[in-house]
Design a protein around this ligand. Structure first.
Ligand SMILES: Cc1cc2nc3c(=O)[nH]c(=O)nc-3n(C[C@H](O)[C@H](O)[C@H](O)COP(=O)(O)O)c2cc1C
Length: 455
């Protein structure tokens, strides 16, 4: 069992760095983001550091307002499909959890349940699914719609989507496959269940054509920050990613999510809250400040403004850098990040140029560059304050930032007893200290419909 007094560490790999200037950093090697060897090195580096999981974000298209511009080129252009990438990473790693993003808005539950069950089998119990609802019209346009589905309708669909996927994973009980040569029985039909699901959004007969995943259910990850987003996360997620700009915001979010999970009858300790952070190390404070400035200088002003527009979901290109942020129209994109940026702009009365530079550095999450001791102190303070169960490190550029964290910060956390020296279990669920879910069909024999094909 993992020690509850130790933190969870994940790494969230953006295409070519979390910082829009990261790919131009002279110290970073030019990376082809289609080169599997690059990702293999990152996953193996995180595993060398005994980190819990490697996380691959995703979107299924360009965001609507960025177009085919330079920013899009860093974050959206050329992106390997995550479950395909992680299936390959499963072969070159042994312990690290592998979390892929997949949309509930532009997919069907059967296909997604099958894909993640497959990844869980291939990785021997290390798969996780980051459940997202897809925030942009750019994605909608690739799936037969001009505009994205409404925010709350996306979440209503996601609620049903996750339930159906979980039931599909349970549609084969553990031990259903017999391979009994003597009796000529390949599997036990009594342990295979049809769903006969007919809901508001989906009609799914089941059963799945993949046996129950080794973890029972792959880990469910969610990152919603709005009311409906938090409700989905609190009811269904094992792990919650969030963007928090300060320890106070993170603590407020974690307290709220734990209370919401308890209100759903769940044990709050079984919901792990992991803020996304951009942390870099340098040998001295002076070098740290210089690195921050140099990285920021690699982002031209127009690109910074576009980054801000993208995060807000509103095109601000007609405004001058000295303008203040106007009142923004209601958007159909993600709510939490937008609200966090608006709060930052208003509280500090920031002109748009300065606000854009802030958002370039951190999006709406937390960014810090310091000595290894300072970075370890920061992680320890947030953890001890009850603001985080751990952290998802988004390296500003790769692979250097992750390597530095693994080689210089993790040993300090280990020495302080705040991070493990070895993986405790075999599966991601075990390494997170989460129980294996009971099979819903075993717990509730009335679930599902009368079997037709096995009669
Ligand atoms: C750390 C973090 C990582 C995220 N990764 C993705 C991603 O890879 N793909 C995606 O479509 N959305 C991603 N999101 C967006 C969320 O899934 C969600 O849509 C967004 O936070 C807005 O939700 P809300 O409207 O409930 O606030 C991420 C959000 C956070 C905080």
């Amino acid at each position: 069992m993992p020690d509850p007094n130790q933190m969870i560490l994940a790494t969230f790999i953006h295409n070519s760095g979390a910082h829009p200037g990261g790919w131009r950093w002279p110290g970073a090697p030019a990376v082809d983001q289609h080169d599997f060897a690059h990702f293999a090195h990152l996953a193996q580096t995180a595993e060398r550091g005994k980190m819990h999981c490697y996380f691959s974000g995703d979107s299924q298209g360009f965001p609507s307002i960025s177009g085919k511009d330079a920013f899009a080129a860093t974050d959206y252009a050329g992106k390997l499909e995550p479950t395909t990438l992680l299936a390959a990473l499963a072969v070159v790693t042994k312990h690290i959890g592998l979390i892929a993003t997949a949309s509930t808005t532009y997919n069907e539950p059967y296909a997604i349940a099958r894909r993640f069950a497959s990844l869980d089998h291939i990785s021997k119990g290390r798969a996780g699914w980051n459940v997202v609802t897809s925030a942009s019209d750019g994605e909608a346009r690739n799936f037969g719609r001009d505009l994205n589905m409404d925010h709350d309708a996306r979440y209503a669909r996601a609620e049903e989507f996750v339930d159906v996927a979980k039931n599909l994973w349970d549609s084969w009980e553990d031990g259903a496959i017999l391979r009994d040569r003597d009796a000529a029985r390949y599997f036990d039909p009594a342990k295979v269940h049809e769903l006969g699901h007919k809901g508001e959004h989906f009609s799914v007969a089941g059963p799945l054509n993949v046996a129950r995943p080794p973890q029972g259910h792959p880990i469910i990850v969610q990152a919603g920050g709005s009311g409906p987003g938090r409700a989905l996360a609190a009811r269904t997620a094992d792990m919650i990613f969030t963007a928090a700009s300060s320890v106070e915001v993170a603590k407020e979010f974690r307290d709220d999510m734990r209370a919401r999970a308890a209100a759903f009858g769940r044990n709050p300790d079984h919901v792990k809250i992991i803020p996304s952070v951009q942390l870099m190390v340098r040998a001295s404070e002076a070098e740290a400040r210089r690195a921050d400035e140099e990285l920021l200088d690699l982002v031209p002003e127009a690109l910074a403004l576009r980054t801000l527009s993208l995060q807000l979901g509103v095109d601000l290109s007609h405004l001058s850098v000295n303008d203040r942020l106007p009142d923004l129209p209601e958007t159909n994109g993600g709510k939490w990040v937008q609200q966090s940026i608006i709060r930052m702009a208003r509280e500090e009365d920031l002109p748009i140029g300065l606000l854009a530079r802030r958002v370039v550095v951190s999006r709406a999450s937390f960014s810090y560059t310091g000595t290894p001791e300072q970075v370890a102190d920061l992680c320890e303070n947030w953890f001890r304050a009850g603001a985080a169960d751990g952290f998802s490190l988004s390296p500003n550029y790769q692979p250097g930032v992750l390597e530095d964290f693994v080689d210089q910060v993790i040993p300090i956390l280990q020495k302080r007893g705040l991070f493990r020296a070895e993986y405790e279990g075999d599966t991601l669920r075990e390494n997170l200290g989460l129980p294996r879910p009971e099979n819903a069909f075993v717990a509730n024999p009335a679930l599902g419909c009368e079997p037709r094909m096995w009669a």
